[in-house]
Design a protein around this ligand. Structure first.
Ligand SMILES: [Zn+2]
Length: 249
């Protein structure tokens, strides 16, 4: 992998970094996009299950689907890219990880300052009183979990089709993009708004934008540098450059 002199020197001194991640980083761990999967769920499109009307019509079905997905994700491990980003957080003063993924792999890898634009599949909340619930178990007897406080229906804390992003999360992401010196976009084509606005915001404020992806994307023409390759290989390289040069200080 070749990186520019500009990025080399930036990696030595940068103290404020913002990262945007998408499905590509988790795909390297084996998280499928849940389109075209085999068996039971192959006949239903995610759009038909991941929306509030579908949930109200048939909460059992929607919970069964999320339970299936959570079990798959639970058996998957964070990869070298997730770990590199957790390490990056320790190396700089200011760090924000903005993710479009709901799989919780960044947290499991050790990242701390995470803004989850689309929620988190391992978290749930009551649609009546808003109380959060963790470690929800769906069983044969109890297919739809209920709130222990008010008996309301519990739903996964993920952003469904047609829903707005969690309050304050996107605003915090914009703020981080405005402040950073280096903005990394990893495993995302970043064409879906509002996430697509983040690298543009960062660039307008003078940040250096680096894209890490297995192929060029629709935002390649606006970024300063595109590093083609697996995130699990490219990111550890960048981190080792940072660690090497910082140790020499
Ligand atoms: Zn409740």
């Amino acid at each position: 992998m070749t990186i520019s002199n500009r990025l080399q020197s930036l990696l030595k001194h940068v103290e404020s970094v913002c990262v945007l991640t998408g499905a590509g980083i988790s795909a390297e761990s084996g998280v499928a996009t849940f389109r075209g999967v085999d068996g039971l769920w192959s006949k239903l499109k995610p759009e038909e299950l991941a929306n509030f009307n579908a949930f109200m019509r048939n909460p059992e079905l929607v919970w069964e689907w999320y339970d299936y997905r959570r079990k798959i994700i639970h058996n998957i491990k964070p990869n070298a890219a997730h770990e590199a980003l957790a390490r990056l957080e320790e190396l700089v003063k200011e760090f924000t990880l903005v993710t479009q993924n709901i799989d919780n792999l960044h947290r499991r890898a050790g990242s701390k300052r995470i803004l989850e634009l689309h929620g988190n599949i391992e978290r749930s909340y009551c649609i009546e009183c808003g109380k959060f619930a963790e470690n929800i178990e769906v069983t044969k007897e109890k297919k739809v979990p209920r709130c222990i406080s008010c008996n309301g229906l519990i739903r996964p804390d993920v952003v469904w089709f047609g829903e707005i992003l969690p309050e304050g999360v996107f605003e915090a992401a914009i703020e981080a993009a405005r402040r950073c010196e280096l903005f990394l976009t990893v495993g995302t084509s970043a064409v879906v708004y509002p996430a697509a606005g983040l690298p543009i915001t960062a660039k307008n404020q003078g940040a250096y934008i680096v894209e890490v992806n297995t192929e060029r994307t629709e935002i390649s023409h606006i970024v300063n540098e595109t590093l083609i390759g697996k995130a699990g290989e490219v990111l550890p390289c960048l981190i080792s450059i940072m660690e090497e040069t910082r140790n020499k200080k």
